[in-house]
Design a protein around this ligand. Structure first.
Ligand code: ADP
Length: 698
């Protein structure tokens, strides 16, 4: 079987990992793969634009932005004749299976090609340009689409390829602007991409604690008043930076575009503050794909190849719903996408918002309610961390500090975990404490692994909870937080756990706060290691990563960094496995490989620790390669939080407050992410699903 693959329309970081997934999976299934360069333009032209792709053609492209196949916009493909030529190129190369990686325009074009396929074949036969037997051998085009677009504007997948990377670029830029803005007490108006879709702007607003965000789907009744009031409130609260994020396609309710310079003029006229405009432009599209865009796109590509090589010719889109891959009818997804645009044009904003899905709605609700009025406080909420620090903990803290008072809470923080609590180190978590922290790694209130043991220590904690009149508790932490919650719930207060650990070893959530940052840190480090070996000796790096006996971090970073080998406690290591892996690497280096990466979870069973593996491989390589050990250590815990971890922190903090509002004393729950939404699970169910010996889900 033969499969064609192309990238088309606007480029998006993550197209390369998707392409790699398509090619490797198709080859693995015994198919031949043809790469079409320059999108539909290449397909219409044919010739050298169609080339076989081998496994090594997609080596080391995970870290590269854009698309190595090239992409283009093709006017010819918009014409019937152009598409007929494209069909002729495909069938004459024996191709009737195609994966298209592109935006809604490209996928619409692909849909048109499918619907016209047989009429093009008949016309080509009739014109004598195609052998009837060849036409008969290719009655259908098996088409699979992957949504490549930084805007996240396609209905049918909760994430498009490139969205997470673009969010990284925006958040990095706004973090940088924020430090200079705070120094000078400046206001910034930042325009981000998104003509018809405000998801980038909204997510960036939550990740950077913007004062206002203006979106195509949800224009305020009067944007000028909204901006002035939000900025005034911020300054009254002592903020030194004011930030308005503006989606490219933001309009007022009548559909008149809002230009950044109008926003600036309005701020300067009403608030008399120095205001700067930054239009982020194409930097948002560029650069190395984020870890999520590498890992998820690789899986999407593999599934697309599997489906395109399968028996069913119905055109489908492969997308994601949380961590699951979903397969949906392509044309339905395109119709639904078109109707969102139509709803925005018709100013049917409720309809447009509904189509954006529940995560968008949650983010919008959370962002809008941060500044809501404070009703009289009727409950006292205590927040504490348990276990190691994780990037994104600050986002959860800041959200609790800001949302709590809007929901009738006084919010208190225990400093340095339950140890600090037992010593009475409890302070109000106020605006000053959380100002500007969403972008900072670790946690401003400190954390600790200590748990109260025995009746005396528990009584000590109870006394402090009574003295501080604590009604309810949120614990933000890792595996230890489950046991901590069990013990604190026995003291008669409801306890919500927000899972936060880079190991992602807590059951009850798709993803813990902090895990995505750690995977990014590892991928970035491995990118650097691989480049360092260029021009050096042939080399295999053994990179030790955290996670102990939970191999999630090692496996996920392995997928994101293209590691040749991953060693985890779950899979185990023995002499037989090492022998097989050494043989495999030896033959790959014989065939021309010059660098190899092995990720080793720090909990692999003895005696196969990282240094031992590296020594054994070096001595067994027979001079083909040397080995080096790299211990990433605590760099994995301390990084600036990745956008996905900031979003998780904010959404889970909101979910914890919602659960507490409806709960009763003595109850405990883990509030985790399911399909991008905060979802509470009773603690006893989560404990049943946990393996305490190995500290991972069963
Ligand atoms: P994106 O895929 O990023 O949305 P475009 O909208 O520019 O980018 O589409 C990319 C290409 O897909 C176009 O240049 C054109 O060749 C093809 N295309 C887009 N829409 C159609 C259509 N309605 N019919 C046929 N081809 C189309």
């Amino acid at each position: 079987m033969r499969l064609a693959v192309l990238t088309s329309g606007g480029d998006a970081p993550g197209m390369n990992p998707a392409l790699r997934g398509v090619v490797r999976e198709a080859l693995h299934r015994g198919a031949e793969v043809v790469g079409v360069s320059e999108g539909y333009a290449g397909l219409v032209t044919g010739g050298d634009h169609l080339r076989p792709l081998r496994s090594r053609d997609v080596s080391r492209i995970l870290a590269r932005g854009g698309t190595v196949l090239g992409t283009a916009r093709s006017a010819a493909f918009r014409t019937l004749d152009g598409r007929r030529r494209a069909v002729a190129r495909l069938v004459s190369a024996g191709l009737d299976r195609l994966v298209v990686i592109g935006g809604d325009g490209s996928l619409t074009g692909a849909g048109v090609l499918v619907s016209e396929w047989s009429s093009h074949l008949s016309a080509l036969v009739e014109a004598g340009e195609l052998d009837p037997a060849v036409a008969e051998a290719h009655p259908h085009l098996h088409l699979v689409g992957l949504a490549g677009s930084i805007d996240n504007d396609l209905v049918g997948t909760d994430r498009t390829i490139g969205f997470d990377t673009a969010l990284h670029r925006i958040v990095d830029a706004v973090d940088a602007l924020s430090s200079t803005a705070r120094s000078h007490q400046r206001s910034f108006v930042v325009e981000v991409m998104g003509r018809r879709c405000g998801h980038l702007a909204l997510a960036a607003a939550v990740c950077t604690d913007a004062d206002v965000v203006l979106l195509p789907e949800a224009p305020p009744t009067d944007w000028r008043t909204t901006v002035t009031e939000a900025l005034k409130r911020g300054r009254e609260r002592g903020r030194r930076r004011s930030l308005v994020l503006l989606a490219e396609g933001a309009t007022d309710r009548d559909g008149t575009p809002i230009a950044p310079r109008e926003v600036r003029a309005h701020i300067e006229a009403t608030l008399q503050v120095d205001t700067r405009i930054t239009v982020l432009g194409h930097v948002q599209r560029g650069g190395a794909p984020s870890a999520l865009d590498r890992v998820v796109s690789g899986r999407l590509g593999a599934r697309a190849a599997e489906l395109a090589l399968g028996p069913d010719p119905s055109p489908v889109l492969v997308g994601t719903d949380g961590r699951e891959l979903v397969v949906r009818p392509l044309l339905d997804c395109l119709d639904a996408t078109t109707s969102v645009g139509a709803a925005i044009d018709a100013r049917a904003f409720d309809q447009a918002l509904a189509a954006r899905g529940p995560e968008f709605a949650d983010l919008l609700r959370v962002h809008r309610s941060l500044d809501a009025p404070h009703p009289p406080a009727e409950r006292r909420l205590l927040v504490a961390h348990v276990g190691a620090p994780a990037p994104g903990m600050n986002a959860a803290l800041a959200t609790l500090a800001r949302l709590g008072p809007t929901r009738g809470r006084t919010v208190l923080a225990a400093h340095e975990g339950l140890r600090g609590l037992s010593e009475g180190r409890v302070h109000p978590l106020d605006d000053d404490t959380v100002e500007g922290i969403v972008g900072e790694g670790s946690t401003v209130i400190g954390t600790n692994r200590w748990l109260p043991e025995g009746p005396e220590e528990r009584e000590g904690v109870r006394r402090i909870l009574d003295a501080e009149r604590v009604d309810e508790i949120v614990l933000i932490g890792g595996f230890e937080a489950l046991e901590a919650a069990r013990r604190l719930a026995d003291l008669g207060r409801p306890v919500a756990v927000v899972p936060a650990t880079i190991s992602n070893n807590v059951p009850g959530t798709d993803r813990s706060v902090g895990a995505d940052t750690a995977v990014n840190v590892i991928c970035h480090a491995v990118d650097g290691l691989a480049l360092s070996a260029i021009g050096a000796r042939d080399r295999v790096f053994f990179v030790e990563v955290m996670g102990r006996r939970c191999g999630w971090l090692a496996e996920t970073a392995g997928a994101g960094s293209g590691a040749e080998l991953v060693y985890t406690h779950e899979e185990g290591v023995d002499l037989e496995r090492v022998r097989t892996d050494v043989r495999r690497l030896r033959s790959e280096f014989d065939a021309g490989r010059t660098v190899g990466i092995a990720l080793v979870a720090d909990g692999v069973p003895t005696p196969w620790d990282t240094a031992t593996l590296a020594r054994v491989f070096a001595s067994e390589s027979d001079g083909r390669f040397d080995t080096r050990v790299c211990m990433l250590g605590h760099t994995q815990q301390g990084g600036r939080p990745a956008p996905a971890d900031r979003l998780a922190g904010a959404l889970l903090a909101d979910g914890a407050l919602a659960w507490l509002t409806a709960s009763a004393p003595g109850k405990a729950a883990v509030v985790g992410l399911r399909g991008g939404l905060a979802t509470a699970h009773p603690l006893h169910e989560v404990l049943d699903a946990a393996d305490p010996t190995h500290r991972r889900p069963r």
